[in-house]
Design a protein around this ligand. Structure first.
Ligand code: NAD
Length: 370
């Protein structure tokens, strides 16, 4: 894997920039993968064990995600070596100096990722004027509080219903990971008549076949509680969520939670991926062979990045939510139609869609990828 990105391929990476300033303890990497569609948007990840290869892989994932979302933005990513929980003043100095070192890389717009948050984006905005995922006071749209990704996921599910043999109002929903993405997905789907029957978090699983009161469960989570604190239903361990029977199963926790060794346990008809890469490719292929529809992550969970791009272009939350719905509905429809017509995985159809858009955009550029 490492070699492919070190060598590059037809799409990129266009630029790999290493930033090193030992007196400041500053060590970071920026990978701008492809900017044919527009300046790259991608997160700044801060951790002690990041690497250039990881950065390049994540940058490519952003090229595909932004293109699949139909955004006028390419893909990039940056990583900063360090403990994200270091003293605030030290973290601010590192992030500001990293941004300053990259101030002329106008092809890259910083966003939040693991180890960074809206406050970090505000420092970068102050330093170089180029970041998304900002606090409200400086023009940000609070996408996690509003549930931009859950809103988008509910649109994708609605568009998938004609490809399924159940209706939204008869559907039972199970959500793995009742955090920002999970709870808002449940809320928006419940508004469409879906019944939440199972939810999990890192502490355990809640199951109630007669229906869980979504707003009440969200209230418990918002006050720092667990799904296990819900009054009613039955409680089980964290992984029991995989065995709950339902029509719609939403993974919204961690990568690779469903794999070749546990995918047989899933009893559902539609998997709408809220988390990033929650299923291995083998698990997706297994579900496809069983006739279970799988909405790929970078189509179904693109609400967050669409919202961030809208913020960058000065939109407010109403316009951002309208755009998320429009783009995700359109993209889901295109992907599912191509998957059905060619008998391929929806993920492959999504990759084809994104690749076509990037390749087309490259034909409009004098130098191809930049
Ligand atoms: P979050 O931290 O708000 O919520 C994650 C939830 O998952 C928490 O309730 C946590 O207790 C639970 N959890 C953790 N490990 C678990 C496990 N093994 N089993 C069951 N539950 C577990 O995070 P989030 O922002 O909702 O993001 C969830 C996933 O979605 C991540 O993979 C993230 O990268 C991805 N994602 C998030 C957004 C966004 O807008 N926030 C957008 C696209 C993708």
């Amino acid at each position: 894997m490492e070699d492919i990105f070190a060598r590059g391929d037809a799409l990129g990476p266009a630029k790999v920039i290493h930033v090193f300033q030992p007196q400041l303890g500053l060590k970071g990497v920026l990978v701008v993968d492809n900017v044919a569609c527009g300046p790259a948007i991608g997160g700044l990840r801060m951790a002690e064990d990041v690497s250039t290869a990881e950065c390049a892989r994540l940058a490519r994932a952003m090229t595909m995600k932004n293109a699949a979302a139909g955004l006028p933005h390419g893909g990039g990513k940056s990583v900063l070596y360090g403990d994200p929980k270091m003293a605030r003043a030290d973290k601010e100095r590192l992030i500001r100096s990293f941004a300053f070192a990259l101030r002329r890389e106008e092809d890259y717009i910083f966003g939040p990722d693991m180890g960074t948050n809206e406050e970090c984006m505000a420092w970068i905005k102050d330093e170089i004027g180029r970041s998304v995922g900002l606090p409200c006071e400086v023009g940000g749209i609070p996408l996690d509080r509003l549930g931009a990704t859950g809103w988008g996921l509910s649109q994708a599910v609605e568009m998938a219903i004609p490809y399924c043999d159940f209706s939204l109002t008869s559907a039972r929903l199970v959500v793995q990971g009742f955090g920002s993405v999970g709870k808002h997905s449940a809320r928006f789907l419940a508004e469409r008549g879906v019944t939440l029957v199972g939810a999990s978090d890192s502490r355990g699983t809640l199951h109630d076949p007669s229906g869980i009161r979504v707003e009440e469960l969200i209230g418990i989570k918002n006050q720092g509680g667990s799904v296990l604190d819900y009054p009613g239903g039955t409680k089980a361990d964290r992984d029991a969520v995989i065995d709950l029977e339902c029509e719609i199963w939403v993974p919204a926790a961690r990568p690779d939670v469903l794999h070749e060794d546990n995918i047989q346990r899933l009893k559902t008809k539609l998997v709408a991926q809220g988390a990033n890469i929650p299923l291995t490719l083998g698990a997706e292929q297994y579900l496809h062979a069983q006739g279970v529809l799988c909405l790929p992550d970078f189509i179904a969970n693109a609400g967050g990045v669409i919202c961030a791009a809208m913020e960058y272009h000065g939109a407010g939350q109403t316009e951002a939510f309208r755009t998320i719905a429009e783009k995700i509905r359109d993209n889901t429809q295109q992907v599912l139609a191509e998957a059905r017509q060619n008998g391929i995985l929806p993920r492959q159809a999504a990759i084809n869609l994104a690749t076509r858009r990037v390749e087309r955009a490259m034909t409009y550029k004098r130098w191809g990828i930049f």
